[in-house]
Design a protein around this ligand. Structure first.
Ligand SMILES: NC(=O)C1=CN([C@@H]2O[C@H](COP(=O)(O)OP(=O)(O)OC[C@H]3O[C@@H](n4cnc5c(N)ncnc54)[C@H](O)[C@@H]3O)[C@@H](O)[C@H]2O)C=CC1
Ligand SMILES: O=C(O)C(=O)[C@H](O)COP(=O)(O)O
Length: 383
């Protein structure tokens, strides 16, 4: 059996060689010819799997994307061709939440505000948005949720309309999938009218998909009024993104919110398991045998620290978004935007999720343990 795998998929040889011969290729360079003679294709989000790509796919039986998003896959076409498909829901959701929390802590520090007392609007409350709300639960943060598909399916009367979030939220986080058509389409969900309606001072974060937000309208508002704080991990037209918009945002990163070792490797394992199921083979390999140990395992807090300070300290030790902002900026200046965007993603330095860090507390009071655990760290009470 032959399996074609994106070069950015970690542990591909370790997992997929159980199935057969693994060939690697950069995801943006995969063509119809690349697929000839391959039985399985394993991609991430940058390879459009469509009629043009499948034109010469003479043996293809299985397609897997090691990502949460599936907007790059023509699912009806795979169905018509009888090609089995799997994605990796939830795989890097915690990493995206770490990214959002790190960004919020950084802006809070820069602007001298506290997250406690803020109202955060979460648009799309699936794995990412739902876990973000849960992790903020122990801080005094008011979470407003907009998720019309879930509101309908679950009869949730506590969920709000997007325009209500725009009116009320100090922080607005977009975590929607890209859906081009239908009642709940998300293409330019944040359109010019909604971007103009954002209150001055709003913190706007997009770590969903670039096309969910009208980038031209955001750039024009920032040029004209400069009165928002903005965090963009996803952009229209990646990797050739709008440099003028990039210059105006406060935190700009090249679609790496989900790029922890943990999130990426879990995505590979999920697709390995799905492929083995599809081909009727036992999945013997386990991620636990292959994943490296975290280099920072433990922090000990010897005396009581106010919860927000402790969170900030531990978050920064584990993952600090500044690392990615600054490094991406160096890559872009050295290689140009398009090449720099992909080069940083290809050479992404290892990063671990908050949940890999154990925080040992010598003193617990004032909700410190709950805040740290709620934020995602694993906590142990010392003697
Ligand atoms: N920046 C990055 O590196 C990453 C980005 N993503 C993106 O984030 C998206 C969300 O990820 P998950 O939460 O894991 O997906 P999910 O499928 O678990 O949740 C998505 C939620 O959005 C809701 N939704 C759909 N249409 C909506 C609309 N019009 N308005 C409001 N809510 C709507 C759905 O009902 C669902 O609850 C992914 O589809 C992917 O595109 C995911 C991982 C990494
Ligand atoms: O999982 C998703 O959905 C994502 O957006 C990925 O984390 C992005 O990773 P690449 O596909 O760009 O490697």
């Amino acid at each position: 059996m032959r399996i074609l795998v994106d070069e950015n998929v970690p542990l591909a040889e370790e997992f997929f060689s159980e199935l057969g011969e693994v060939t690697r290729q950069p995801g943006r360079e995969m063509t119809a010819e690349s697929l000839r003679g391959h039985d399985a294709l394993v991609v991430r989000s940058i390879t459009p799997v469509n009629a043009a790509l499948l034109e010469q796919a003479d043996r293809l039986r299985f397609v897997g994307t090691c990502t949460i998003g599936t907007d790059h896959i023509d699912l009806p076409l795979l169905g018509e061709r009888g090609i089995s498909f799997a994605s990796a829901p939830g795989s890097n959701a915690d990493s995206v939440v770490d990214y959002v929390l790190s960004s919020l802590l950084l802006l809070a520090e820069e602007d001298g505000f506290s997250l406690a007392g803020k109202t955060i609007g979460i648009v799309g409350a699936g794995n990412v948005g739902g876990r973000l709300a849960a992790r903020l639960d122990n801080l005094d943060v008011d979470c407003l949720i907009c998720d019309p598909p879930r509101a309908e399916a679950e009869g949730r009367e506590d969920f709000l309309e997007l325009d209500a979030l725009i009116d009320q939220a100090d922080i607005l986080c977009l975590h929607t999938p890209l859906v081009s058509e239908g009642e709940h389409a998300t293409f330019h969900l944040l359109d010019r009218t909604r971007i103009e309606a954002l209150k001055p001072g709003t913190v706007l974060i997009n770590a969903g998909r670039g096309d969910c937000l009208d980038g031209d309208a955001l750039r024009e508002r920032l040029e004209r009024r400069g009165d928002l704080r903005t965090v963009l991990d996803v952009w229209e037209h990646e990797p050739g993104i709008d440099e003028a918009l990039y210059e105006l945002v406060d935190i700009g990163t090249p679609h790496i919110a989900g790029y922890s070792v943990d999130g990426k490797m879990l995505g590979t394992e999920m697709i390995y398991q799905a492929a083995m199921r599809h081909f009727g083979l036992p999945a013997r390999k386990k991620l636990g045998q292959l994943k490296p140990d975290p280099w920072l395992r433990k922090i000990v807090l010897h005396s009581w620290t106010p919860p927000l300070d402790a969170l900030s300290l531990c978050a920064r030790a584990c993952y600090d978004v500044r690392r990615d902002m600054l490094a991406f900026d160096r890559y872009r200046r050295r290689l140009g935007m398009t090449a720099g965007f992909d080069a940083y993603r290809r050479e992404y330095p290892p990063r671990r999720e908050f949940q890999t860090l154990r925080v040992e507390l010598k003193k617990n009071k004032g909700g410190l343990r709950d805040a740290l655990e709620g934020f995602g760290f694993s906590v142990k009470l010392g003697k």
